[in-house]
Design a protein around this ligand. Structure first.
Ligand code: SAM
Length: 334
């Protein structure tokens, strides 16, 4: 560290650029700029914002390197950032940014969370529907690329016929896998309120005949009907970080129970080294789960591997995936 004071200045002011970006995304600034450079006054009218306040925000976005000014009066998207800021593009991060905007209310309670050990109080305000949509569609922003990578890393998935995508959210992974492997069918299990989003994604992909949605609570409901054929694979992506160790063990046991003998359990998450300080993303994500859940956390690889062994699973393997993720695979004994 060359200059400790400067380092602390930078870290402590980091929230400002983040909130400038997230608020602009939330207000629809980037969506409105998709059609080309605009005057602040026109944007304020379209977005129903106070013109003076929006002008301050736009100038700060330029200062942060997020927007540019083709003339002194116009504001524009930077060409390299535009595909990621535009909602609807297949490289879009607009939903996950909106999800982060909603998370801010919990993060500012971190001091109190650490004092009491309890998650942040839910904040009233934005409609639950918009927050839910931001969360679930944000998962699509994240999983679009990582699911492709998982598919390339795990050719064993390509030999499966029936896959359960547990807590599958917007069905991004089920869609990616079914597109790649024509013999595969999938069931996406998630909470009832998430099902319309998943169903719309599946329909848009033209895969209604191969991907079914199953509403339920994975902690309290059965994952499959008693007379249903077992699954060749169960995909558990970014689920266990929301659960404490006991709940994770219980969920993995339920997942293993619906697998065929020799079936594959795939657990994807932001795994930590045993130090729990690395990688930095995982250590920071643990704070996100601390403020947002009663017992969720970033799991060390070794803890989840131990849980798999406790369940009698074998053939364990680890893989690293981009976007700070890892995968543990394990098989139900034949
Ligand atoms: C972090 S998201 C991960 C989504 C998806 N698996 C992915 O990796 O993109 C967690 C998912 O678990 C679902 N979920 C949370 N609690 C659940 C529960 N008790 N039963 C079923 N699904 C649940 C959420 O609705 C959400 O879709």
């Amino acid at each position: 560290m060359d200059d400790p004071r400067r380092y602390l200045d930078q870290v402590s002011a980091g929230y400002q650029d983040a909130i400038i970006l997230l608020a602009a995304n939330h207000l629809g600034v980037f969506c409105a700029l998709q059609s080309g450079p605009r005057l602040a006054i026109d944007l304020a009218r379209e977005l129903r914002c106070d013109p003076r306040a929006l002008d301050v925000l736009l100038c700060a976005l330029v200062a942060a390197g997020i927007l540019e000014q083709p003339t002194a009066a116009h504001f524009a998207l930077r060409a390299d950032l535009a595909p990621h800021l535009a909602p609807g593009s297949d490289q879009s991060l607009a939903s996950i940014l909106d999800h982060h905007y909603h998370l801010l209310a919990s993060w500012v309670q971190l001091g109190e969370v650490v004092r009491t050990g309890r998650p942040a109080a839910e904040s009233a305000g934005e409609s639950d529907d918009r927050a839910l949509r931001a969360f679930i569609c944000g998962m699509k922003d994240i999983s679009r690329r990582s699911s492709e990578e998982v598919a390339s890393l795990l050719p064993a998935l390509g030999r499966c016929r029936r896959l359960l995508d547990l807590g599958g959210g917007p069905a991004t992974s089920a869609i990616t896998f079914c597109r790649r492997w024509p013999q595969l069918t999938a069931v996406v299990f998630d909470l009832p309120e998430v099902m319309p989003i998943a169903a719309a994604e599946i329909a848009a992909a033209g895969l209604d005949d191969r991907i079914a949605t199953r509403p339920g609570d994975y902690e309290t409901d059965p994952l499959a009907a008693p007379d249903e054929a077992p699954f060749d694979a169960v995909y558990v992506s970014n689920i266990i970080h929301g659960l404490d160790t006991d709940a994770t063990l219980a969920l993995l046991a339920k997942a293993a129970a619906v697998l065929a003998p020799g079936g594959l359990l795939v657990i994807k998450d932001f795994f930590l080294e045993d130090s729990r300080t690395e990688p930095a993303f995982g250590a920071r994500f643990a704070v996100n789960m601390l403020v947002g859940t009663a017992g969720g956390k970033s799991y060390p690889w070794t803890e989840v591997e131990e849980l798999c062994r406790e369940l009698g699973l074998n053939d364990l393997a680890r893989y690293s995936v981009a976007a700070h993720s890892g995968i543990i695979t394990a098989r139900r004994p034949v």
